[in-house]
Design a protein around this ligand. Structure first.
Ligand code: T46
Length: 138
């Protein structure tokens, strides 16, 4: 399973660093929503769902956490620990987030507004959905 990492350009000078994120430029879609999670407890695992249509870019401007992605056939894990690295998470991908450091902020840029109907929160249903999408492509 291919991991898509966007390397954000950091504009550093003697004052520190600055990163700019722009829709349809270094973010590969129109950004309709931004949300972030913080104060995540060390033992917590979040996520456990996929999206039917939503595309997202995840990054940690502060601290670090691990993202596990599952296509229904393969899994990959990515440690987000550098504010210059954004992980693209496409639709039809089961995700889990865990091992947050105490100061971690997980920031998410999303291609659409919040819509609970876009979530698949049952793993078997996710596998069936992936198979149905593949059958449609054939
Ligand atoms: C995802 C991963 C990376 C809202 O009201 N608006 C929002 O935009 C979001 C994202 C959530 N919520 C509410 C819904 C729940 O009552 O916030 C609560 C926590 O959401 P959830 O349990 O879905 O959070 P995670 O961390 O499991 O998943 C989130 C996103 O929901 C999801 O799209 O891909 O982060």
């Amino acid at each position: 399973m291919e991991i898509q990492i966007i390397n954000f350009q950091s504009h550093g000078d003697e004052r520190g660093e600055l990163i700019a994120l722009e829709e349809n430029k270094n973010i590969p879609f129109e950004v309709k929503r931004v949300y972030f999670m913080y104060n995540t407890k060390k033992e917590v695992h979040r996520g456990f769902h996929a999206h039917k249509k939503l595309q997202q870019v995840l990054f940690c401007p502060c601290g670090s956490c691990t993202i596990k992605l599952d296509s229904g056939k393969e899994t990959v894990t990515v440690r987000l620990s550098n504010p210059t690295e954004g992980l693209v998470v496409e639709a039809n991908t089961w995700r889990e987030m865990y091992d947050f450091t105490p100061e971690a902020v997980l920031m998410v840029l999303a291609s659409d507004y919040y819509d609970e109907n876009d979530y698949i929160r049952d793993y078997d249903e996710f596998l069936q959905y992936v198979e149905a999408c593949e059958r449609k492509k054939e």
